[in-house]
Write a protein that binds this ligand. Structure first.
Ligand SMILES: [Zn+2]
Length: 289
């Protein structure tokens, strides 16, 4: 599943390609149409006709990111609204001359939403496993996940916000790994970067958040920010299905210290694994406490 760095890379690529572009029409795949016919709301989390009439004729003014969500600021007849998108497990955007021009066959086969742009290009959302989400909202605050989300790690207040939220009474008895994967504490941390940041800051993923000193939480915040920055610099991690807008793979996976490792990159001891917050967690009991 793409985490913050991978989504940020998609945002940067889309920004170059589609900011200022106007949407002429939108098409949905058979999967989306069939899902909606049986009220499963596949990908588009609102009525298809509403989505279509909102985005048709709109101009994309800005491509932004909040946590693992992308948002497009749209303008239409002097009104502003937002199109929010989550890549789910395996979503990807492509900007090509047509759907047929998407180089990767597997993605091409699994296009779900295709926006025909006025300049003749197509912005396609492809999703093999179809866990992605897309919808339009009037204000950003109208979308519940944004309402409770902590500030972005790049924001000057992120450190104080993070420490405050991590030490909230409700988190006191929770494993720190589960706490940092909550976007209400810090947005964008998924399973991979949680393991990496906890390793770098020397904190056991199972440790209760209430038993971690402020000094160590500060180190953890820095580790999260550093691993996000490093991953963005290295094109993100390509573990399974993630691809950039041009279909490229990242190389961050070659820089992991602990995630999916057999032996600890620091002491050489065996890497332990355990399911925390429903996902497999990697750690070293010698280097993390
Ligand atoms: Zn170790």
């Amino acid at each position: 599943m793409p985490e913050l760095p991978e989504v940020e890379l998609v945002r940067r690529a889309l920004e170059k390609e589609v900011e200022g572009a106007s949407i002429e029409a939108v098409a949905f795949s058979d999967f989306v149409n069939k899902g909606h016919a049986t009220s499963r709301k596949t990908i588009i989390k609102q009525d298809l006709d509403t989505f279509r009439s909102n985005v048709s004729g709109a101009t994309i003014r800005k491509v932004g990111r909040r946590g693992k969500y992308l948002y497009f600021i749209m303008e239409k007849s002097d009104e502003i609204f937002h199109m929010v998108s989550h890549l789910g497990m395996s979503g990807a955007f492509f900007v090509t001359d047509s759907i047929e021009a998407i180089a990767d066959r597997n993605y091409r086969k699994h296009w779900q939403v295709a926006f025909r742009l006025e300049d003749g290009r197509t912005l396609s959302y492809c999703d093999i496993r179809r866990f992605g989400e897309m919808l339009t909202v009037g204000r950003m605050g109208d979308f519940p996940p944004f309402e409770r989300m902590a500030v972005e790690y790049t924001h000057p207040d992120s450190l104080v916000d993070f420490i405050d939220r991590a030490r909230a009474p409700a988190n006191r008895n929770k494993a720190i790994k589960a706490v940092i994967m909550d976007s209400a504490v810090i947005p964008g941390v998924g399973n991979i970067y949680a393991s990496e940041a906890l390793f770098t800051s020397g904190i056991l993923p199972t440790r209760k958040a209430g038993n971690i000193s402020v000094k160590r939480l500060m180190a953890l915040h820095k580790a999260i920010a550093d691993v996000f920055d490093l991953s963005i610099e290295n094109g993100g991690s390509t573990i399974s299905d993630y691809r950039g807008v041009s279909g490229e793979k990242g190389s961050m996976q070659d820089r992991f210290h602990i995630y999916q490792k057999k032996s600890c990159s620091s002491c050489g001891g065996p890497v332990k694994t355990k399911t925390i917050a429903t996902r497999n967690t990697f750690y070293c009991t010698k280097c993390q406490r």
